[in-house]
Write a protein that binds this ligand. Structure first.
Ligand SMILES: NC(=O)c1ccc[n+]([C@@H]2O[C@H](COP(=O)([O-])OP(=O)(O)OC[C@H]3O[C@@H](n4cnc5c(N)ncnc54)[C@H](O)[C@@H]3O)[C@@H](O)[C@H]2O)c1
Length: 355
């Protein structure tokens, strides 16, 4: 029987991982560990219990909360975080640093003694903002497109590779994740712990409590279902900013492969995402939401761009595909449909979270 500790286990990605692992391996013993800080995460406690996942209320910033856990684990999956790139930009950055860096170090230390494999969910936001803004684009009718000619290394029409510059400011969120990656690599080198590091682009699917600063796909679909107004924020307010998307089920299928091959890939960094084929601009997303829900909502342009925002991010997945044989299968429409089906199926319970 395999034992998993999933921190942030009541969050969007963590809860999907817990339920997905249970579906693949019903005998797995899974502990979802969460401080329930993210609004909506408390609603997952019941679903997890129904699936046979144990819930422990705890905080990764507090080593004693981890020490209190019973037994050893085969896999520690670190999905607890403050996941907003805006975190700390208008106040103290203590929470994002203490959780994303301090908490991850606590977990690495816990895992060194009590686990075999550690999975770190890092982010494309480790790349420097100035460099991301320096990606040459041309303006198409519905999106910014990455140009074939680039001045920077590690970027082309297929997206951003692991060789793209990380040097320069990248937000407290990105910096805390990059620092975690560096320390995770030290644990991989200096201890018996195998460490898997995935730099994820946007993750999207059912179960994400989207808000303006994080989880925009779910926010967009929910606004169309509940008839709420939206804003195209930044880059002239045209809605042409682009992201690639990945469904958590595709992430899970990758991580399960990586766990099997952990000793051979420990400490390596992988860019992970849907890539150019599974990408969307806000403008295109609006069309897809209108098509799926039959509703139109007011969208106001806000031309000013936030200091941490970037016009385009697409993941070049060459390294992860060549190393693991994985590729994502759920496309943009499938992801939108998954979110819409979830909200429509639980419309009153989710209303206060999205409106
Ligand atoms: N969602 C994305 O698009 C995306 C993209 C790249 C990387 N990631 C990474 O994936 C991971 C999961 O993100 P998510 O989208 O599920 O976010 P989420 O906010 O839905 O989930 C995070 C969970 O962690 C919990 N948490 C926060 N601080 C904690 C603490 N100190 N101790 C214990 N629990 C705590 C929250 O209550 C929440 O349930 C994060 O590490 C995030 O950086 C997410």
């Amino acid at each position: 029987m395999t034992r998993y500790l999933v921190t942030g286990g009541c969050g969007f990605v963590g809860s999907r991982m817990c339920l997905g692992i249970k579906a693949i391996d019903p005998h797995a013993e899974i502990v979802a560990f969460d401080n329930l800080r993210r609004r909506g995460s408390e609603t997952n406690v019941v679903d997890l219990a129904a699936a046979g996942v144990a819930f422990v209320h705890g905080d990764i910033r507090v080593p004693a909360d981890l020490d209190d856990l019973e037994g050893d684990f085969d896999v520690v999956f670190d999905a607890a975080a403050e996941p907003s790139v805006h975190a700390g930009t208008t106040g103290s950055p203590r929470y994002v640093i203490d959780t994303n860096l301090g908490g991850t170090v606590n977990l690495l230390e816990f895992s060194r003694q009590r686990a075999r494999t550690f999975v770190l969910l890092s982010t494309s936001r480790v790349y420097a903002i100035e460099a991301l803004r320096g990606i040459r684009t041309q303006e198409g009718s519905t999106r910014f497109e990455v140009s074939a000619e680039q001045d920077l290394p590690g970027v082309g029409p297929d997206g951003v590779t692991e060789d793209f510059p990380t040097d320069g400011a990248r937000s407290y969120y990105g910096a805390s994740k990059l620092a975690s990656e560096l320390l995770a690599q030290e644990y991989a080198a200096a201890s018996d712990l195998d460490v898997i590091i995935n730099r994820c682009g946007v993750l999207a699917g059912a179960g994400q409590f989207g808000k303006v600063d994080q989880g925009v796909m779910a926010l967009w679909v929910a606004a169309h279902i509940y008839g709420r107004p939206l804003r195209y924020i930044g880059f002239g307010g045209t809605g042409k900013q682009v992201r690639d998307l990945m469904h958590p089920d595709d992430l899970l299928s990758l991580v399960m492969r990586q766990i099997d091959m952990a000793p051979t890939i420990s400490g390596q960094v992988f860019n992970v995402g849907g890539g150019t084929p599974i990408s969307v601009s806000l403008l295109e997303l609006t069309d897809l939401c209108r098509e799926r829900t039959g509703n139109e909502v007011d969208i106001t342009p806000v031309p000013e761009t936030a200091s941490v925002d970037v016009p385009v991010y697409l993941t070049d997945t060459t390294r992860v595909r060549e190393t693991t044989g994985w590729s994502p299968v759920r496309d943009t429409s499938a992801i939108i449909d998954d979110i819409a089906t979830w909200i429509e199926g639980d419309i009153e319970r989710l209303r206060p979270i999205f409106t």
